[in-house]
Design a protein around this ligand. Sequence first.
Ligand SMILES: Cc1ncc(COP(=O)(O)O)c(C=O)c1O
Length: 450
Amino acid sequence: MRSDDFVFPRNFKEEKPLAVRAEGAYIFDEQGKRYIDGCSGALISSIGHGVSEVTDAISAQLKTLSFAHPSRWRNMAVEEAAEEIAEITPGDLNHVWFVSGGSEAIESAVKMARQFFLERDGSASPRHLVIARWNSYHGSTLGTMAIGGSMPRRRFFSPMFKEHPKIETHYCYRCPYGLEYPGCGVRCAHDLEREIKRIGAQYVAAFMAEPVVGSTVGALNPPDEYWPIIREICDRYDVLLIADEVMTGFGRTGKAFAVDHWNVVPDIIAAAKAMAAGYIPTGGIFVSERIVDTFRKGSGAFMHGHTYNGNPISGAATAATVRYMKKHRLFDNAALMGDLLASGMEELPASVPIVGQVRGLGLMRGVELVADRQSRTPFPKSAKAAAAVTSECMKRGLIVYPGGGMVDGVDGDNFMVAPPLNITEEQVKEIMSILQESLMAASAALAKPL
Ligand SMILES: Cc1ncc(COP(=O)(O)O)c(C=O)c1O
């Protein structure tokens, strides 16, 4: 039977192996071939596959209470999950609104920001715009795509949504202003103030960004001053700060949340992916006391909701996942193994001509691929450089996460390496050895005339 006989696949023109089993950091296909999950799916499977503490918790929950609609019922699984999360969120982000995934989390954060101003300032409040950044990804619904700035993903659908304003990202390797850090004075962060003034602060509800840019640019970490400057500007103009930690949250960068690296407390954090580590679809937004208080003293009700928001199965999976992360100190391991992975990856440019830059934080590392390192010339899109690397890695049993289009909306290739947080030293070495060999093979193939 062919894979597209009944299923509408992601791509009718791509053959994919059949995943049949997974254990720890490995996935096995129908031939029994083993692949090391070097990107945790898409930075999701952060505790690895087949953890019985989580599968047992889900199974026990299924047997006691599988569903009770949130408009009429509370449930203990969700309350326990919220408590586990509140223990690790920064500052006073102590309340969790549960959803089923990253796009829903972002939609919820944006609607909450808008309603916060209506509750606080009255129904005539004009604050509704969300300033975000070019080269960002915040989800694939129409609402989140209007905020995100990933051109390849937006192009087909942009006539369908109401645009939100955008500023440049801290893409230092290709600084949009032609400046160099630190002499630049982190202009890209200060640009937020210029944009707020240009629009009029009275129309701006929030600024949203990924603390380390994930799928669009490939683990792009900011200069250390960036987030503190952004926080200060948001405070000065009464604009809410929303951190999209859908990829970075729950230990990926070596701290519970990536904003912890700069001691910045946003007003809302949006998370998903690693929150239940791929065992069940889930997500959430973690909300500050100031916002909670405003809703409590105002109408009391968030004008928003989905059927599965706050469902007990996701609650049980989330509570068990977060407990497992804490018990095994996985955020510390991510920092330790992240350093080891980085030191290996930083040696790649010496032997692989197509490696332009290695970047990232903790166990979220990225490589930008270039046709010419000296001039930083990207490959043309038609060369499919990131796909070539991914396929060489797959042949050798390593899964990495490719991305592209970040140079000018068309060209630009990158990939991320982001294994489960409980990866061992041996497994990091295994990843590095396959990666090195695969990159050499891809480099040789890409050097041939097209
Ligand atoms: C930073 C970021 N935000 C939001 C999303 C959307 O999440 P989902 O695919 O769960 O809807 C993603 C997904 O990759 C993401 O990386």
